[in-house]
Design a binder for this molecule. Structure first.
Ligand code: DGJ
Length: 730
């Protein structure tokens, strides 16, 4: 690991675990990209840049060299206006209206460790020797704009992180019209573009297309990272699959509007840029002011998507998530949302809680409806005071009673929102995002609080803080149930209105930092209509996310499979719910619902008091089983075996780090007549070890499990079947 600088040729060679990343300063000015991929001991320009005079690719300095054009040069942080006609990584506007800039390399520093990004979520190190950081300083002499490119390489991971800092060292204000976090130019286009798209109750479905000429992009303009596109893209070499082939992956550590795009140019070069969406964004930078972009995590894998995922999982579990729950087994919870919706009282809650306790469940979560006058979704957001009609003895009394049953108590909040019908709105109608003289659109009958304002953030922090410091709460579900419209803030001048959405995110991050650090014993789970903000930015503050409002076991196969591409299993909330399922109205067995939910952070979300004795026995067994396997699930290595996006079957395997224990889940959606007897070949198991299958007591070598495979039992009959094997090395 380390960062080397060859001062004679001005070449930077960044080495992460098994990865090399090489750049060079050309003509003492331009920062070019030369290589990213499998690690090489030394880089000696075997892929020497070649220069030819290409028609219509202009030259920044024509008198010197007609073959030199930024249009053809592979760059690290390209600009607009001087011969590069592809999309730039940033753009400024000066007081005279001009939008051109011209960066030149100035200096660089290399240091151990990784500095935090002030006010933003980011990966971190615990020891200076875990990483090295390079900062390259570039300057535009006309405006005085300084651009600092930050690169960190990790010793233990095939990971490089990038972000960019802008400093106005000029004498006049300037405007950032766009400020992406990173850009990289590959010198070919033989890639597939893979990303995770979706919708509410249908998050993170995998899509893979061949790159073509022009731009392929995903983005959010919704004020949240969104259900529709996750801030993740990967370029895959043709033929790359789960277990082999090269992957270049990019994940944006941010929870708001983003853009991730790949542009294939006329010469079949590919430019990837990732950052805050320039659409409806700008940022005024006064002399002396700084703008820091969020971070992008770049993962390289030469062993397919599976290895890429395990890199993301390990990095995020250990060097993005923080706090005591990072290493702790997560509790099995029961949430009352799908059991009661808004229709509950203290008696009903205690009834569900005491039933859960008998079944071995460890945490009761009281969802929406406990505050203000909230009996449906038309009122009370912002009024974080207990609803005495439903809970006449207050929240404290209920929480103590739940705890007295021997089970922890958790609570739902939606701190970023305000209902028109709320005391908070009546007092502060200007505290929501809004635009003067325009009607404020509603979504789920609510408006978005203006978290770009300090006073709003402080008041909401105080209200949430008051409850968390007076009621014995050990878990919080932090929800957010609409996207932003009429984005504007009454606290900002006209020429800063386009800063609102990003200032909102900075405000939100500050609120979450204050609250989560004030209550380190509380486990926080973020949520946004399910998985609408399942991104690394949120995971920095809250180590779990509610994966989707869709709790159907079959829909969840795709949702959880897609989510697992990037996000660790310990971050994925997954609950057994009632049948017919409330979102897709499907009937599935309690067994398959259990197996799907056990493949994540396990819990229940149904009225346990209505279960038959037989069903309760099954739940009890599931709870016992999950307690035995949860360390393996939450902290083991994931190997995906069969993809729900490719066929009727899904399978995945969790293996502990020592490779001595594994659990394999197999799911078959529809029964089909006269199909061949299938075999499931395992991955990751140690071919030198022997494993006992706990269900059958049979013993097989790891090599046999991997190369020959396990038979899928023929007795699985009918639709929606699942099967589990637990393996222990002997
Ligand atoms: C959306 C969440 O995703 C649900 O789980 C539930 O908490 C509701 N909001 C409550 O309004």
């Amino acid at each position: 690991m380390g960062i080397q600088f060859d001062s004679q040729n001005k070449v930077f060679h960044l080495k992460a675990k098994n990865t090399s990343y090489v750049m060079q300063v050309l003509q003492d000015k331009y920062l070019t990209h030369l290589y990213w991929g499998q690690r090489v001991k030394a880089y000696n320009h075997s892929n020497q840049l070649q220069f030819v005079d290409r028609g219509f690719s202009g030259n920044p300095y024509p008198s010197k060299d007609r073959t030199f054009s930024l249009d053809t040069l592979p760059q690290e942080y390209p600009q607009y206006g001087n011969t590069d006609f592809r999309k730039p990584s940033y753009q400024i506007q000066l007081k005279n209206g001009s939008t051109v800039s011209d960066l030149a390399y100035q200096s660089h520093t290399i240091r151990k460790g990784k500095p935090p990004l002030i006010g933003l979520p980011a990966t971190y190190v615990e020891n200076e020797n875990e990483a090295e950081t390079l900062e390259i300083v570039m300057k535009d002499s006309v405006s005085g704009l300084k651009v600092i490119l930050q690169y960190t390489v990790f010793e233990q991971f095939n990971v490089i992180t990038r972000s960019t800092r802008f400093v106005n060292e000029g004498t006049e204000p300037l405007k950032l019209l766009s400020a992406l976090s990173m850009s990289i130019d590959f010198q070919d286009a033989e890639f597939d573009f893979l990303h995770l798209h979706g919708a509410h109750v249908k998050e993170r479905h995998i899509e893979r297309n061949s790159l073509r000429h022009g731009i392929q992009s995903i983005e959010s303009t919704r004020g949240a990272s969104s259900h529709q596109h996750n801030p993740f893209v990967a370029l895959l070499r043709k033929g790359t699959n789960e277990n082999t082939g090269e992957v270049y992956a990019f994940n944006f550590v941010y929870s708001g509007n983003f853009l991730a795009q790949a542009e294939v140019d006329q010469f079949r070069n590919t430019r990837v840029t990732v950052g805050i969406n320039p659409f409806d964004f700008s940022w005024k930078l006064e002399p002396g002011e700084t703008f820091q972009t969020p971070e992008v995590v770049l993962v390289y894998s030469s062993e397919g998507l599976g290895d890429m995922s395990r890199t993301f999982h390990d990095l995020y579990r250990t060097r993005l998530c923080r706090g005591i729950f990072r290493e702790k087994e997560r509790p099995i919870l029961i949430n009352n949302w799908e059991a009661t919706y808004f229709d509950f009282n203290a008696e009903k809650i205690l009834d569900i809680a005491s039933n859960s306790r008998e079944l071995g469940i460890e945490l009761f979560v009281l969802d929406d409806g406990w505050f203000g006058k909230r009996n449906d979704d038309t009122s009370s957001l912002g009024d974080w005071f207990v609803n005495r009609e439903k809970l006449p003895n207050n929240l404290d009394d209920l929480a103590h009673k739940v705890k007295d049953l021997g089970i922890e108590f958790g609570l739902w909040f939606e701190p970023e929102m305000i209902s028109r019908d709320s005391d908070l709105y009546r007092e502060h109608p200007d505290w929501c995002l809004h635009v003067p003289n325009r009607h404020g659109s509603e979504s789920r009958n609510q408006l978005v609080l203006d978290f770009s304002r300090d006073d709003v953030c402080e008041e909401i922090t105080r209200r949430v803080y008051d409850i968390l410091s007076t009621v014995p709460i050990s878990y919080v579900k932090w929800d957010m149930n609409r996207h932003m419209t009429e984005i504007g803030s009454s606290a900002l001048p006209w020429d800063r209105q386009r800063e609102t959405a990003h200032r909102y995110m900075l405000g939100l991050y500050k609120v979450m930092e204050t609250i989560t650090s004030s209550f380190p014993h509380i486990l926080f789970e973020s949520c946004s209509g399910g998985g609408g903000r399942f991104d690394p930015g949120m995971l920095y503050y809250m180590p779990q996310t509610w994966t989707s409002d869709n709790t159907d076991a079959i829909s969840r196969l795709k949702i959880q499979y897609g989510t697992s591409l990037v996000y660790p299993i310990s971050s994925m909330g997954a609950h057994v719910s009632d049948v017919p399922n409330h979102q897709v109205h499907r009937f599935t067995s309690l067994e398959i619902r259990g197996h799907t939910a056990m493949s994540g952070n396990f819990g229940y979300e149904l009225d346990l008091t209505k279960l038959s004795e037989k069903e309760k026995r099954t739940v009890k067994q599931q709870v016992v089983m999950y307690k035995e396997i949860r360390r393996l699930i939450q902290f083991g290595n994931l190997y995906r075996l069969l993809s729900p996006f490719e066929g009727n079957e899904t399978a995945w395997l969790f293996l502990n780090k020592e490779k001595t224990e594994a659990i394999v889940f197999y799911f078959r959606v529809l029964a089909e007549p006269n199909t061949p007897f299938s075999l499931l070949k395992l991955k990751g198991v140690d071919s030198n070890l022997k494993y006992r299958v706990l269900e059958t007591n049979q013993i097989y070598g790891g090599d046999e499990l991997a190369y020959v495979g396990l038979s899928i039992p023929a007795e699985l009959k009918g639709d929606f079947q699942s099967y589990v094997w637990r393996l222990k090395a002997i």
